[in-house]
Design a protein around this ligand. Structure first.
Ligand code: NDP
Length: 269
């Protein structure tokens, strides 16, 4: 029998603002702009070095911490048992919002990931953490985790866009009830000018970025676009008033090229 999924007390909005490579002052301004625009989901990480700015922006927004879904991630060095508990405590303190909605293992660190997962399970059982999940786990990493876990990850956050569709991982996660969050859903900007994307954008009278994000939503993904520009932050949330038809979806589905724009977990043992 599969282990039960980790509990979360706040439901997860399908569009979250990413703050990777945003300096603290930029992250603060971006989160304030996003919350003003209607985002209720922010994605940060220890390694982004902006957890404190994200937490400050949420607190200054006038919203209650319980109204904003905040994810952070344990950095790789901190998966070591001697460092994990302190690192979790530092994240919670830096955010200043109580337990984060979701706490992820950032990477499937060989030799450390199973012990780190067991530690997250204990912290969750003790009420220190709420939702717990993983990031950059491919199918073999997930199979191994589920063989050992008492609690299944609620989320696997991986790079997904039409040029890197991760079909096997997505199918595995769907079968296990694990939510897939798509990071770098805009290909870090690398394929916004692709002719197929541009053609569809013209046809639906939306931007290339909105087309890529809508593709993700229509595949049941939670999308995490990053921008520090208020007008793009608003644009990336405005996805409710149009849809891609089956021909557009099929054209985007045909763009697979295993384009990894960041780090690549496919070869991690
Ligand atoms: P994205 O695919 O979100 O692309 C971000 C880039 O696109 C930036 O250069 C941004 O520029 C630009 N951009 C944003 N919106 C638009 C728009 N509407 N039109 C044109 N250009 C736009 O890349 P990221 O790699 O940042 O991924 C998003 C988030 O995913 C991260 O911030 C992070 O939270 C998460 N992530 C997680 C990883 C993990 O290992 N778990 C790894 C990588 C990312 P500008 O800011 O100037 O608008």
């Amino acid at each position: 029998m599969n282990p039960p999924a980790a509990p979360m007390t706040l439901s997860m909005p399908p569009i979250g603002l990413g703050v990777f490579r945003a300096a603290p002052d930029e992250a603060y301004a971006a989160v304030r702009a996003a919350l003003d625009a209607g985002y209720r989901h922010i994605d940060t990480a220890q390694v982004y070095r902006n957890e404190a700015a994200v937490g400050q922006a949420v607190r200054d927004s006038g919203l209650k911490p319980a109204e904003v879904f905040v994810t952070t991630k344990l950095w790789n060095d901190n998966q070591h048992p001697a460092r994990l508990q302190d690192a979790v405590a530092r994240s919670i303190e830096a955010l200043g919002l109580g337990a984060p909605s979701l706490f992820l293992l950032h990477w499937p660190v060989p030799g450390l990931r199973l012990g780190a997962w067991a530690a997250l399970e204990e912290l969750q059982a003790a009420g220190v953490l709420r939702g717990i999940g993983v990031s950059n786990f491919m199918v073999p990493h997930l199979e191994e985790l589920l063989r050992h876990a008492r609690v299944a990850p609620v989320v696997n956050q991986i790079e997904v866009h039409p040029f890197l569709q991760q079909r096997a991982v997505r199918a595995f996660c769907a079968a296990q009830g694990i939510i897939v969050q798509a990071y770098s859903p805009l290909t870090k900007g690398l394929r916004l000018g692709h002719p197929v994307v541009q053609h569809i954008a013209l046809a639906v009278n939306r931007s290339a970025a909105q087309v890529l994000l809508r593709w993700g939503l229509q595949h049941g993904l939670v999308v995490l676009p990053k921008s520090t520009r208020p007008e793009r932050i608003r644009e990336n949330l405005a996805l409710d008033d149009f849809a891609l038809d089956s021909a557009h979806m099929a054209a985007l589905d045909a763009l697979e090229e295993n384009l990894v724009t960041g780090w690549n977990p496919q070869q991690v043992a």
